[in-house]
Design a protein around this ligand. Structure first.
Ligand SMILES: [Mn+2]
Length: 549
């Protein structure tokens, strides 16, 4: 099963949000094998939020990007070790699983560090070279590693000691023991009453008996002994060899290893791992251990799957779209430069709204449209075509709205009017949001400008808010380093608009509109930024340019 995200464009309008929601519904019915998730890469505008609430539908969730992250390659099925586990368990698990590292936890399941072949070699090198080593012992681990059984449990379950063998004559053995830095070794000895009694008298932490039966061992008097006595079933050489690997992981594990987070970007994480000099790293999600990655995790970058609705250009899409697998595009805008690695489905029609195209796809697949979704699609089409009045409206949009309205049992015109009326009045809209909420930038040669559009139910109150809109436009012109910023305020009831323009002073002189005051024009009957206003602005800029030549 794959996960496929369906997203509209940045600064999403109603159509973008609704199309992603509706198409996710359709795809989930047509292809239940895969998981389709409706997402958005920007904030919901007031009209969209209100309509989703009214229909009691859950709007697509916000997704920052579709970049490949560590969470996409992390191995979550990793066995866990405990700090008290013997080293041998770790070696066995590393060998069995072929993993490059294993996480180590304490008895309360708190992450403590990692163990890998690096820590094991370090341990072996430390004991092979230099001074005679001491080992951490945990009496509980003896039977896990050395075949045999515990005869007596001593007072201290954990201790650190060197290993000493009792093979020499008594005096020479004592001589060697007293010469040790710690004169309390763990003693491995056969049935030697003299050395065992010496160990008891000198409080050795543990005695391991080799080559003795339980009955023979019982003849030795351990009644005053405070240490542990273990009866090994294997010979002395084998006992020593295994004993070294009974040492608990606590003193061996790496506690300072770097962490990756599931949210870390793929290439960045690959570099971090490579720079760490390790074969793998632990992965966390905030404070929680999640799994591990190894070098092999980064050989191939898995791509996220994406369907674009209501746009087709990657720079208008969710961040990271360029590195995702684009599976489909459904759009009613002009097609720019769509580049794809693989063949994919491209559904475009010159209609007023993406939902009009999706309506056809429901038909093709023979899937019924639930009432609430029909209402959402009507809202999207009415929003994109301003109640079917915008010049972008086609006969197909009209028929789709009428058909869906019959199906949902509503009067589409009343429904649409109520939707637009529920939109905020001009005086209620935050001026920054009015200017930048639905703002698009354009270029003509070296001139860059942007046009925001806001739909209102009445132009009343414009004088009151004008100074604030003006300063928001100037501010945006500065921050985006544009030659000009504009706001098209559209009265959706009367089908009229007002244009405010800051910058582009030369071009402003040749606009074909009736000026109301400096930098403000009356645009009766103008509803579409794309089809009606933009061509006039581009023409005015062109004329200014050729006039200057
Ligand atoms: Mn649209």
């Amino acid at each position: 099963m794959s996960t496929i995200y369906i997203t509209g464009h940045r600064n999403p309008d109603f159509d973008s949000i609704a199309s992603s929601y509706v198409y996710t519904h359709l795809k989930s019915r047509v292809d239940p094998e895969n998981e389709y998730i409706a997402v958005r890469c920007g904030n919901l505008n007031a009209q969209t939020r209100t309509t989703f609430e009214k229909l009691q539908l859950k709007a697509p969730r916000y997704l920052k990007d579709v970049k490949t992250v560590v969470g996409d390659v992390v191995n979550r099925e990793v066995p866990r070790l405990e700090i008290s586990d013997p080293l041998q368990t770790a070696i066995g698990l590393l060998d069995d699983t072929g993993l490059s590292l294993l996480p180590v936890f304490d008895e309360n399941s708190n992450y403590r560090g990692i163990i890998s072949s690096a820590e094991i070699s370090h341990f072996l090198m430390r004991e092979t070279f230099g001074a005679r080593p001491t080992y951490r012992f945990r009496t509980e681990n003896l039977s896990k590693v050395v075949p045999g059984r515990m005869l007596f449990n001593g007072e201290s379950p954990d201790f650190t000691a060197p290993i000493m063998i009792g093979a020499m004559p008594f005096e020479r053995s004592v001589e060697r023991i007293t010469a040790l830095e710690s004169n309390q070794p763990l003693l491995i000895v056969g049935l030697r009453r003299d050395l065992v009694e010496y160990a008891i008298a000198n409080d050795f932490p543990a005695v391991i008996l080799t080559g003795a039966t339980t009955a023979e061992a019982a003849e030795l008097d351990f009644s005053l002994y405070k240490g542990s006595v273990y009866l090994s079933d294997v010979d002395t050489a084998e006992t020593i060899r295994l004993l070294r690997f009974s040492t608990p992981l606590e003193g061996i594990l790496e506690t300072e290893a770097e962490h990756l987070d599931v949210s870390n970007e793929f290439n960045q994480a690959k570099k971090t791992l490579s720079a760490s000099g390790r074969r793998g790293l632990p992965v966390f999600e905030k404070e929680q251990f999640i799994g591990i990655v190894s070098r092999g995790s980064f050989l191939d970058r898995p791509r996220k799957n994406l369907i674009l609705v209501d746009h087709n250009e990657l720079d208008q899409s969710i961040s990271g779209a360029g590195e995702a697998n684009i599976l489909e595009i459904i759009d009613h805008h002009r097609v720019g430069s769509v580049m794809s690695r693989e063949p994919f489905s491209l559904y475009t029609r010159p209609v007023g709204c993406t939902c009009t195209i999706i309506r056809q796809l429901y038909r093709q697949h023979g899937i019924a449209i639930p009432t609430e979704i029909a209402k959402l699609m009507i809202s999207a089409i009415l929003s994109d075509t301003v109640l079917l009045k915008s010049p972008t409206t086609t006969e197909e949009d009209r028929q789709t709205v009428e058909g869906l309205a019959r199906h949902a049992g509503i009067d589409w015109f009343e429904w649409g009017q109520e939707m637009f009326n529920s939109g905020a009045r001009l005086v209620d809209i935050d001026p920054d949001l009015a200017v930048s909420g639905d703002f698009k930038t354009y270029e003509s040669g070296d001139i860059r400008f942007g046009i925001g559009q806001v739909e209102v139910q009445t132009l009343g109150g414009l004088d009151e808010v004008f100074p604030r809109l003006n300063s928001s436009l100037l501010k945006l012109k500065e921050t985006k380093a544009l030659n000009g910023t504009m706001l098209l305020i559209t009265d959706v009831i009367k089908d009229d608009s007002i244009l405010i323009l800051r910058g582009l002073e030369d071009a402003a002189g040749s606009l074909p509109y009736e000026p109301l005051e400096d930098g403000v024009w009356n645009l009766p009957g103008i509803l579409s930024r794309k089809k009606q206003l933009l061509p006039e602005i581009l023409r005015a800029i062109d004329e200014t340019r050729s006039g200057k030549r």
